[in-house]
Design a binder for this molecule. Structure first.
Ligand code: FE
Length: 221
């Protein structure tokens, strides 16, 4: 593979390596600067700007917008569904339209909301890469993008959930949903017992990111 190091023409270090002791090992190379994918992204970005497809301002605005996306948005959607049965109906029928009501855009992707019950527990993954309902939950955690999670949650969801501290009775059916560029999933957890009469704010506070990915369940405590 061709190197992308701009200084690759000079691998003969012109500084003195013999500073006081002998190097019996190869010098430890510290990888600095951009990796292969980062360089590729920059190259594509520059081409798109050069060809007038997007502007630098578009990119800046998008990054600024993504920084406003956090799991608190998803938590508001879930809490609303818990207290408003009509909203919940709309959310389950057409997630994209229902979150748009709350000012959350899905962009080009469709949002599919999957509801947990006492019989069914849903968990989301992107087996191929890292598709995630980013406009609702912000950026995915590192483990969501890991090969380990992506491959195992499909074949042994119960064991993976257990590692997250979530143990479900054997009577509960586990369903894993594979996200892609066109379809993003959001788990609607079951409202826990003991939250009767809680305000919307109180409910929002117990709905965590992991609950909406399906690796955890909200607790009243
Ligand atoms: Fe993906």
């Amino acid at each position: 593979m061709a190197t992308t190091d701009p200084d690759a023409h000079d691998h003969h270090h012109d500084h003195d390596h013999n500073h006081g002791h002998n190097h019996s090992h190869d010098p430890i190379e510290v990888a600095e600067g951009a990796g292969e994918y980062e360089i590729m992204v920059h190259a594509i970005k520059e081409l798109l700007i050069e060809k007038g497809v997007i502007t630098g301002e578009d990119i800046r605005k998008t990054l600024e917008f993504m920084d406003t996306r956090t799991p608190a948005l998803g938590a508001k959607v879930v809490a609303r569904a818990w207290i408003d049965p009509e909203f919940k109906k709309r959310l389950l029928i057409n997630g994209t339209a229902a979150v748009a009501e709350m000012g959350i855009p899905m962009g080009d992707a469709e949002l599919i909301v999957v509801e947990n019950s006492k019989d069914v527990h849903n968990v989301i993954v992107c087996t191929l890469c890292s598709c995630y309902p980013r406009t609702v939950l912000g950026l995915p955690p590192d483990w969501y993008k890991s090969r380990n999670y992506r491959s195992r949650v499909v074949v042994e969801p119960r064991a993976v959930l257990k590692e997250f501290g979530t143990e479900l009775p054997n009577s509960v059916t586990l369903r894993t949903h594979d996200s892609n560029a066109d379809m993003r999933y959001l788990v609607l957890p079951e409202r826990p017992a003991g939250t009767e009469g809680w305000s919307e704010e109180q409910l929002v506070a117990i709905v965590t990111r992991d609950c909406m990915v399906g690796v955890a369940v909200p607790k009243a405590a």
